[in-house]
Design a protein around this ligand. Structure first.
Ligand code: HEC
Ligand code: HEC
Length: 297
């Protein structure tokens, strides 16, 4: 074998061993097919680079060139019109194909993703959580609800859920007169109950005042005449007509689920949406806790 080629292969060997040492040091896992393929690629590149370089250097010493010269020459040095060496051309095409494969299917697009792993683990954990607390009793749910409430809701609604002097809805009461008046005047279109939006202007002047006082007072005593309009959708007892419209008598689970999903903007301000933030069990727990806030009064 030509001495030059032997030297080249030795160089390639050194490079491959060097690469392998780095792989070991960085604890790169060669049982991963993409890592292995990349390593094989590195070996091929090392062998080809030194092999081809050696071949041509040896050729340059012995060969005499032939072929047709181009028209240009520089100080008597001319250039042959020979085609690209086919090996070089094919490896160029191969590099392009490999680059596209690497970008679309290999790393980094298809790589391990921290976000993906987090999502997967959270999903698995939530499933376990859901299983474990599927049949939890009221007290367990209430305790769970309280701890979620203190972290997620208390910053606006206050530790006791009283709305911190009007900064958010006072959850110990169903609704205030000002809030009802605001809805009567402006309508409401946040919750997505089967009846859809509530149109603005359902009552005017004194009728509106009376009906608002009646609702805010917990629907007690004799209903004012204008209540007939409201009852058409909210039910005679104000309990929402079997889920068609909000229950105006109590904060119930449907209302909590709706406000968590859609958020709302009313006379006090904006309640952000918590869509997809809680598991069904957690939502049930929050509802249980919030219901307990008003029933304890
Ligand atoms: C056409 C049916 C309809 C009529 C009539 C109606 N409502 Fe409503 N009301 C709804 C619907 C539906 C919602 C929920 C709207 C939403 O998605 O935000 C609602 C929401 C409300 C809310 C907001 C509840 C909350 O928790 O924020 C109040 C208060 C209210 N209505 C009071 C009244 C009063 C008082 C009357 C009578 C003057 C009345 N409604 C008449 C359908 C109606
Ligand atoms: C960024 C502040 C904020 C946070 C956090 C917040 N809320 Fe609210 N919430 C509000 C405001 C403001 C209102 C009153 C909106 C209005 O009617 O003007 C409200 C209203 C409500 C209502 C009454 C809806 C109605 O119209 O009858 C419920 C129930 C509620 N929030 C539950 C929760 C729960 C449960 C959490 C925690 C998961 C929570 N909120 C977190 C600001 C907040």
């Amino acid at each position: 074998m030509n001495g030059m080629i032997v030297k080249a292969l030795v160089m390639a060997g050194v490079l491959i061993i060097g690469t392998y040492v780095v792989i070991e040091q960085m604890h790169i896992d060669l049982s991963d097919p993409i890592n292995m393929l990349t390593f094989i690629g590195a070996i091929a590149i090392a062998v080809l680079t030194f092999g081809v370089a050696a071949k041509y250097m040896a050729q340059m010493k012995n060969d005499s060139a032939s072929g047709e010269l181009t028209e240009d020459n520089w100080d008597g040095i001319g250039e042959y019109e020979n085609p690209l060496p086919s090996g070089w051309a094919w490896s160029f095409v191969g590099t392009l194909i490999w680059a596209i494969w690497y970008m679309l299917m290999g790393y980094p697009v298809n790589a391990y993703s921290q976000i993906g792993a987090w999502n997967k683990e959270t999903k698995e954990y939530n499933k376990k959580f859901q299983e474990k607390f599927k049949t939890a009793d009221k007290d367990t749910l209430k305790d769970m609800g309280e701890s979620i409430f203190l972290v997620q809701c208390a910053p606006c609604h206050g530790d006791t859920g009283d709305g911190m002097s009007g900064k958010a809805h006072d959850l110990t009461h169903r609704i205030s007169k000002a809030q009802v008046l605001y809805v009567i005047k402006n309508g409401s279109h946040y919750f997505k109950y089967p009846l859809g939006a509530m149109p603005a202007g359902m009552a005017q002047g004194k009728d509106a005042e009376d009906v608002a006082a009646y609702v805010a007072g917990g629907l007690k005593g004799k209903a004012p005449t204008a209540w007939a309009t409201c009852a058409g959708c909210h039910g005679q007892d104000g309990k929402g007509n079997g889920g068609q419209a909000p229950n105006l008598a109590h904060i119930d689970s449907t209302l909590i689920a709706n406000v968590l999903k859609n958020g709302k903007k009313g006379s006090i301000g904006r309640m952000p949406s918590f869509a997809n933030r809680f598991t069904p069990v957690q939502e049930k727990a929050l509802a249980e806790y919030i219901k307990s806030l008003s029933s304890s009064k």
